[in-house]
Design a protein around this ligand. Structure first.
Ligand SMILES: [Zn+2]
Length: 191
């Protein structure tokens, strides 16, 4: 293990859209609509098929895009459900509706501590090998990141890896030496 770095991810308002499509053509149109949106906001697709579902995350100051999306969807599709937050409850509803409609649930990132599905992880910790290649990339949700309540970045890394579902105990006694930021804001050398 050579380096460990943390990439904190931006937070924001999340919205889940569930749309029932009446034809393959509508699926294609929806794909195109959300693909276009992904150029200016974060988009994660939950499922595809007769039921299409997407999660959007926008900066709190820029929620007008959500109203606009709402308007476009409701004007063009027969069945639209919107929820202004993402949680496991809505995810289970999507899961169930996928089963009922024969739609395909897509693989999503999950928190490596609590196991919850997490479309936009709050913190990503990466570990690189001696040749610089990334050997592990671990994702954590907002809740688990907040629960560490670590007073420093070094302790944040230690408590996240300590709580991780994978056994990182071999890193318990290594020394972490802060490195210049380079591409990642919070970077340490493992010694
Ligand atoms: Zn979590």
């Amino acid at each position: 293990m050579r380096e460990i770095w943390v990439d904190p991810q931006p937070l924001g308002t999340r919205v889940v859209y569930l749309v029932e499509t009446r034809s393959p053509q509508e699926e294609v149109e929806l794909d195109a609509l959300f693909a276009e949106m992904s150029s200016y906001t974060r988009v994660c697709q939950l499922c595809k098929g007769k039921l299409m579902s997407f999660v959007l995350q926008v900066e709190d100051s820029d929620t007008s895009i959500l109203d606009e999306t709402d308007y476009i969807l409701r004007a063009n599709y027969a069945f639209v459900v919107t929820q202004r937050s993402f949680d496991m409850l809505i995810y289970r509803i999507v899961e169930e509706l996928c089963r009922d409609t024969g739609s395909e649930l897509l693989p999503l990132p999950h928190c490596n501590i609590c196991g919850d599905v997490e479309p936009f992880p709050n913190t990503v910790v990466s570990l690189s090998d001696d040749d610089g290649s990334v050997v592990a990339s671990r994702s954590y949700c907002v809740k688990c990141t907040a629960q560490t309540a670590a007073p420093s970045n070094k302790e944040l890394i230690r408590s996240l890896l300590d709580a991780d579902e994978h056994d990182f105990s071999k890193l318990k006694n290594v020394e972490l030496v802060r490195l210049p930021s380079h591409k990642h804001p919070i970077r340490f050398r493992v010694r």
